[in-house]
Design a protein around this ligand. Structure first.
Ligand SMILES: CCCCCCCCCCCCCCCCCC(=O)N[C@@H](Cc1ccccc1)C(=O)O
Length: 816
C-alpha cells in the first residue's frame, strides 16, 4: 500500500515536471517580439538632423557656469557683512544657484567677530537651495576697497512673451480683471500703449529691437547685488513700506496679498519674494545707454512711473538697460540722486544717446510709494521675469521664438511653457517636459571641470548633460529645425521646462500643470525624463534596451531621532543616542523591504525582453510564473536592478555630537525610501517601525509621495507607440528593443497626473552600466553623437505625434 502511494506520488511528480518542462519549452520558443507600428525612418525620408558645431556650441553654452568667489585676502567684519548681504539675497532665490559655486572668502581668524560671521555665512550657504541653472554664469565678485565690487558684466534680464496668456504669479484670479484696462476708477498718469512715442513698450518692438538674449545674465538678483554692493555704505535699511492711500487700490486687495494687484504689484511681489529692492518705475525709449558711458547726454527717455513716489532721502536710482543687438553682453547703468516726490514722473535726462542700449527699469531701495498707479502689466513682466533661459533660448532658437505658431509663457518667474499651436483642434494635445535646474557638484575630482562643458574624447562633460539639459535643448533644436523646414503641426503640443525639479518641482512643474488644468487642457500623453537606452544593464539582453518608465516609484523621507540625557563622556550610560540610532539604522539596512517583483511594470520589462534574451535567460524570463523567486533574487544583487524589485532604503544623512568629551544628547538620521508601486507610504512606515522595534527612536515624515499610476503600454496606446517608434527610429539600427519599465527615481511627472493618464519617462541618452552612477554623480557626460541622437529622437516624436494615429506594420514580428 505504502509502495503504491509512493509510486503514485513519483509518477504524478514526473508528470508535473514533464508538463512544466514542456510548458517552459513551448513558452520559451514561442514568445515573439512586440508589434512595431512604424518602420524606422531612413535618413532620406526623415531628414535626420546632423549636429554641426553650432548645435554643439549651443548645448555647451547651456552647461557653463562661473563661480562666485572673492579674491584671496583678509576680510574685515564689515566686508564680510557685505558678502553676507549678497549671500542673503541668494537664500531667498529659489533656484539657479548651486551652493557649491559660492566660494567663501578666506577669513581673518584672529578676529572673533569674523568667526561668528563665517559661521553665519556657512549657515546661509547651506540654506541656499542647491539647484542651479546653467543658463546663468555667476559673475565674479572681487574685493575692491571696502565694498564687494562686481567686475564682470551681467545684464538685467527681462523676458518677452508673445502669448496672450501671461503668467501672473500670485495673482488671485478675481483680481486679474481689476487692472488698468478694466477698472474705471483708476486713471493712470503716464501709462501708454503708443508704440511710436518715446514711451513705447518693449512688447511692441520689432524682433530686431528686442533685447539681446544674453547667457551671462543673472537677472534682478545680481542687479540688486550690484546695486547693493556699490551703494552699500549708504544704504543701510531697505524700505519695505508701501502705503497704499488710494482707496481704489485698497478696495479689493486682500490683506495677505497686499501687493498682489495689477502688473505693478506683480513686480513688487516678485521683487519682494526675492528679497530685493523694489522696482519703482520704468523707462523706455528709443535711445539708450552707451556701453561704458555714464555721463549724461541728450536724454530722450520718458519715464512711465508712479505719480507719487517719495524718496525718504537721497537715493541711488539704477537705470537698467539692455542691449538690443547681438553682442557679448549688456550693461546697466546710470545713477542719479533724486529726492522728494514725483521725481520719477518727469523726464529723466541722464542717459547716454546711443541705440545700442535700451533702458528698461528703474530700481532702487528706500522708496516710499504712497500711491500706486497702474502700469502696463506686460512692461513689468518684461522687467521682472528673470528667466535667463528664456532669453538665452530666444536668441539661440530664433525660429521657435518668432514663429506665430509658438507662444511662450514664463511660469513662476523661471519655468517655461511653450505652446505649439496645431491646426486641428480635434486632435488631443500632448506634452514634452524637461527641467532647467541641475544638482550641485559635491566633489571636484572630475575628469573635466563640471561647469565648463569641455569636450574630451567625444564626450561633453558637465553637470546637467544627462540630467536634463540634453532633453531641454534636444527639444528646442528639433523644433527649431522643424519650423525652419515649414513644419506646421496639426496636433497642438506643449513643452514644459520646470526650474526646480531637483527639489520636487513644487513651484515650476506644479504651476505649469495648474495653469494647464485651469485652461481645461487634457493631454493625450506626456513624455518626461526617464531611464534611456541601456546597454549591458539588463541581465541577459545583449541588445540595447530602450527602457521607458511607465510608472514611477513613490518616496518617503523619514527623520529618525533619538534623545538621551547626554552628559560627561567620562561617565557614560550604557547606550548613547548615537548607538541607539545606529542600531536602528543597522536593522533597516539588514532587513530590506521584501521583494515584490512581478507586481508592477517591471513584469512588463521582462515580458517584453524575454524574446530578445539569450537561451538560459530566455527560458527563465519567458516563464516568470515559475522562476520569479529566482529572478527576484538575482535582480537584488545589483543596486540598479534591485531598485525595481522592492521598496529601497537609503540612509542619506546622520548627525550627532559636537565634541569628543560630550555625550551627544541628540542624534538624528534621514532615511529615504523609494516605494514600489505595489506598496504605500503607510506600508513602508509600518514595516520600518516593526523592524526598528524600539520606541526610543522617534520617526517623523519629512516628505512623501505615493507611487504613481501605471500608464498603459498596450500596443494600441498612442503615446506609448509614439515613444516606442521614435526610439526605434533613432536607435533601431543598433538592434535596440523597447520595453516598459519602472522609473526608480522621481521627476516632475507627479504634477501632471491630473491632466493625463499616459505618462512616459524616457531620456534619449545611451547608457552603459558605468554611466548610471553619473546621474547626480561624478563625470556626468554625454557624447556629441548621443546629443545628436537626442535631437533626432525629439524630431521623430514631434513628427510621429502629428499623425492622427500610427498604422501598425508587422515588420519585426508578431504580437505576443
Ligand atoms: C530591469 C532592470 C532595470 C534597471 C533599471 C535601471 C534604470 C536606470 C535608469 C535611471 C534613470 C534615472 C532617471 C533619473 C532622474 C533623476 C531625477 C531626480 O533625481 N529626481 C529627484 C526628484 C526629487 C523627488 C523628491 C524630492 C526631491 C527631488 C529624485 O530624488 O528622484
Amino acid at each position: 500500500m505504502g509502495a503504491e502511494v509512493i509510486k503514485q506520488v513519483v509518477y504524478t511528480a514526473m508528470f508535473v515536471v514533464l508538463v512544466v518542462t514542456a510548458a517552459v519549452i513551448v513558452r520559451t520558443f514561442t514568445v515573439k517580439p512586440r508589434t512595431i507600428l512604424a518602420p524606422p525612418c531612413t535618413e532620406d525620408e526623415s531628414g535626420f538632423i546632423r549636429a554641426d558645431k553650432e548645435m554643439i556650441n549651443r548645448f555647451q553654452t547651456s552647461l557653463k557656469f562661473e563661480t562666485i568667489s572673492w579674491e584671496p585676502g583678509v576680510y574685515n567684519v564689515e566686508e564680510l557683512l557685505n558678502i553676507q548681504e549678497f549671500i542673503k539675497s541668494l537664500v531667498n532665490v529659489p533656484t539657479f544657484l548651486a551652493y557649491n559655486l559660492i566660494n567663501l572668502p578666506p577669513l581673518k581668524k584672529e578676529n572673533v567677530d569674523c568667526l561668528r560671521v563665517i559661521q553665519e555665512l556657512e549657515d546661509m550657504k547651506a540654506q541656499i537651495k542647491y539647484v542651479s541653472s546653467s543658463q546663468l554664469e555667476l559673475v565674479n565678485f572681487v574685493k575692491s576697497g571696502k565694498a564687494i565690487k562686481r567686475v564682470s558684466e551681467t545684464s538685467f534680464v527681462s523676458s518677452q512673451t508673445d502669448t496672450a496668456h501671461h503668467e501672473l504669479p500670485d495673482f488671485t484670479s478675481d483680481l486679474l480683471d481689476d487692472n488698468l484696462g478694466h477698472n474705471p476708477d483708476i486713471t493712470p498718469d503716464c501709462a501708454t500703449d503708443d508704440a511710436d512715442s518715446n514711451t513705447s513698450l518693449v512688447s511692441t518692438m520689432s524682433e530686431e529691437e528686442l533685447p539681446y538674449l544674453t547667457s551671462n545674465a543673472v537677472g534682478p538678483m545680481l542687479n540688486v547685488a550690484q546695486e547693493r554692493s556699490s551703494v552699500l555704505n549708504t544704504v543701510k535699511v531697505k524700505s519695505r513700506v508701501f502705503t497704499r492711500t488710494d482707496k481704489h487700490l485698497l478696495r479689493d486687495v486682500p490683506k495677505h496679498k497686499p501687493y498682489s494687484y495689477t502688473s505693478y504689484s506683480y513686480a513688487l511681489q516678485s521683487q519682494r519674494e526675492h528679497n530685493q529692492e523694489y522696482l519703482i518705475g520704468s523707462v523706455v525709449g528709443k535711445k539708450g545707454l552707451q556701453h561704458g558711458h555714464k555721463h549724461s547726454v541728450n536724454a530722450n527717455i520718458s519715464c512711465q512711473s508712479t505719480t507719487d513716489i517719495q524718496c525718504r532721502e537721497s537715493i541711488n536710482v539704477v537705470l537698467t538697460a539692455q542691449m538690443n543687438k547681438a553682442a557679448s553682453t549688456s550693461k546697466e547703468v546710470s545713477k542719479m540722486n533724486c529726492t522728494g516726490s514725483n521725481v520719477l514722473a518727469s523726464t529723466i535726462n541722464s542717459v547716454a544717446d546711443k541705440d545700442n542700449y535700451r533702458p528698461i527699469a528703474i530700481k532702487s531701495s528706500k522708496i516710499l510709494v504712497t500711491t500706486l498707479v497702474l502700469l502696463d502689466r506686460l512692461q513689468f513682466q518684461l522687467d521682472t521675469s528673470s528667466n535667463q533661459f528664456g532669453f538665452k533660448s530666444k536668441h539661440a532658437y530664433p525660429t521657435v521664438h518668432k514663429s506665430p505658431l509658438v507662444s511662450v509663457e514664463v511660469i513662476a518667474n523661471y519655468s517655461l511653457l511653450y505652446t505649439v499651436h496645431g491646426s486641428n483642434s480635434a486632435l488631443k494635445p500632448y506634452m514634452l517636459t524637461g527641467h532647467l535646474d541641475v544638482v550641485p557638484v559635491p566633489e571636484d575630482d572630475w575628469d573635466a571641470p563640471p561647469f565648463a562643458a569641455e569636450i574630451k574624447n567625444g564626450f561633453i562633460y558637465g553637470r546637467g548633460t544627462i540630467d536634463d539639459k540634453h532633453i531641454v535643448f534636444g527639444i528646442l533644436e528639433a523644433l527649431e529645425f522643424l519650423l525652419k523646414h515649414d513644419f506646421k503641426p496639426e496636433r497642438t503640443f506643449y513643452i514644459g521646462f520646470g526650474h526646480d525639479e531637483e527639489v520636487a518641482g513644487e513651484h515650476g512643474a506644479f504651476r505649469i500643470a495648474e495653469l494647464l488644468t485651469s485652461r481645461g487642457i487634457h493631454l493625450d500623453f506626456l513624455l518626461d525624463e526617464g531611464p534611456g537606452v541601456l546597454s549591458g544593464v539588463i541581465p541577459g539582453v545583449s541588445k540595447p534596451v530602450g527602457l521607458v518608465g511607465c510608472s514611477e516609484k513613490g518616496f518617503v523621507t523619514l527623520k529618525l531621532e533619538v534623545s538621551t540625557s547626554g552628559g560627561h563622556s567620562s561617565m557614560p550610560e550604557k547606550e548613547s543616542s548615537i548607538g541607539i540610532l545606529a542600531q536602528a539604522i543597522t536593522r533597516l539596512e539588514t532587513n530590506p523591504h521584501p521583494s515584490v517583483f512581478g507586481t508592477g511594470p517591471e513584469k512588463g520589462t521582462f515580458e517584453h525582453l524575454a524574446p530578445e534574451m539569450n537561451l538560459p535567460y530566455k527560458m527563465v524570463m519567458s516563464n516568470l510564473w515559475l522562476f520569479y523567486p529566482l529572478v527576484s533574487r538575482v535582480l537584488s544583487w545589483k543596486p540598479s536592478t534591485n531598485s525595481i524589485v522592492r521598496t529601497t532604503t537609503a540612509v542619506t544623512q546622520f548627525n550627532a555630537g559636537i565634541k569628543p568629551n560630550i555625550i551627544a544628547p541628540h542624534a538624528e538620521a534621514i532615511v529615504n525610501h523609494r516605494i514600489h508601486p505595489s506598496e504605500t507610504v503607510q506600508d513602508v512606515i509600518d514595516f520600518d517601525k516593526k523592524v526598528i522595534n524600539d520606541d526610543r527612536v522617534k520617526i517623523t515624515i519629512i516628505q512623501s509621495q505615493e507611487p504613481l499610476p501605471v500608464s498603459s503600454y498596450d500596443d494600441d496606446v498612442f503615446g506609448w507607440q509614439i515613444v516606442k517608434t521614435s526610439i526605434l527610429q533613432v536607435w533601431g539600427h543598433y538592434g535596440t528593443v523597447v520595453a516598459p519599465g519602472l522609473m526608480p527615481a522621481n521627476t516632475d511627472t507627479r504634477h501632471y497626473t491630473e491632466i493625463t493618464e499616459n505618462i512616459y519617462r524616457f531620456s534619449p541618452s545611451f547608457m552603459l552600466p558605468e554611466d548610471l552612477s553619473r546621474f547626480h554623480g561624478r563625470n556626468e557626460r554625454i557624447s556629441t553623437k548621443n546629443y545628436e541622437e537626442a535631437v533626432n529622437f525629439f524630431y521623430h516624436v514631434i513628427k510621429n505625434a502629428d499623425k492622427a494615429k500610427l498604422e501598425p506594420v508587422h515588420k519585426h514580428g508578431e504580437e505576443l
